[in-house]
Design a binder for this molecule. Sequence first.
Ligand code: HAM
Length: 424
Amino acid sequence: MEKIKSVRGMNDLLPGRSDVWYRVERMIREVVNSYGYREIRTPLLERTELFKRSIGEQTDIVEKEMYTFDDISGDSLTLRPEATAACVRAGIEHGFLHNQQHRLWYLGPMFRRERPQKGRYRQFQQFGIEALGWPGPDIDAEIMMVGTRLWRRLGLSQLTLEINTLGDPQSRGSYREALQAYLGRYREDLDPDSQRRLDRNPLRILDSKAPQTQQLLEEAPDLLSFIDGKSKDDFSLLQAILSENGIKFKVNSKLVRGLDYYTGPVFEWTTDLLGAQSAVCAGGRYDGLVSQLGGQPVPAAGFACGVERLVEVYETSAESVGSEQPDVWVCVIGDHSMSYALKNAEKLRDAGIETIINCGGGAVKRQLRRADQSGAQLVVVIGDDESMNGYVTVKSLREDGGQTQVNESNLADYVCARLREEQK
Ligand code: HAM
């Protein structure tokens, strides 16, 4: 019979790699909690209108990447391509935005029908934070500190932070006109995507990867020279805070985002470890979104990080190579020792020692080979004699030295000390 395959661009996370994901997710939780961010979970399906009104009708995401369908009652629904809009929708719906301040975080699958390649999937995991109710730039800096702390925690040093500001609506409007006028003179020389964007969304042209368009952009008016007043002061203050806190960044006045809701500072962490899909985490301020979705105006900012890309960088980064191995493997020999062995394995776990027990029996030699292959540091051997006399036999799989018989009441203390000793 023909085998059924997974949907293109949607991947299984197999047991061999789920440990790394778990470790990364645990660090994400620890870092966001240490800043007082609280988890929000929103549905995978939302009304299509939500994304049209927030991300923007003329963006790549809404124009061509959404999984949209009519349900049986005729409502147009969409698998969420991102979660910022849903956080705002939930905030308005449950009345926790107006005159309030909330630090939120989320982790979950998003869906975009992009062309799959390394680092770019149709179902991917995003972790994000959204700070609702603060106008910045203190919270803008805090958001970047959250990211920086997480990269440090994961041992990643190859991420580069670029920042820019889109200014207030007035200066953005003037810049838009100036850019349109300049690029309009070269309309025929632009790539087809940029030609299309010229009239409707010219700032997105700054993001074009087409070589001929990039060349034209070299002489284009500079966005930052149009920024003035409070936006300019806030952007300077943001840079000062980042510098004082030792956060390295580059100002890139061509950095624009693929979603329409951004208003002020925007930023992106990239890496050259991932080939073409270099953006690991990106975000910015979106002060207009709450009112755009029907709420009272609330200032807001946040970011989202692609977890597949983060895990990939974590795995390829030499500093972060961590251990996937258990500490201890328990070999069980003989018919009467299983219950005793299970009890002692539980004692080890109670003491925080990662322990795998050999289930399903097998010859001693075979069990020891499995123990060795697991990468465990120690093997605990339990046979009928051990179980009848209340002791276990402990042996190192990595260091020379004989085996030691340990009374079961001392087992956890002995193993902890031995692991510490061997890891020195
Ligand atoms: P975004 O730039 O569209 O922003 O996505 C954020 C991150 O999600 C990207 O930098 C990338 O790491 C990851 N990502 C996006 N698409 C894919 C894909 N097809 N496959 C794998 N990873 C992907 C947002 O989504 C905004 N909601 C960020 C934000 C939050 N702004 C304010 N708050």
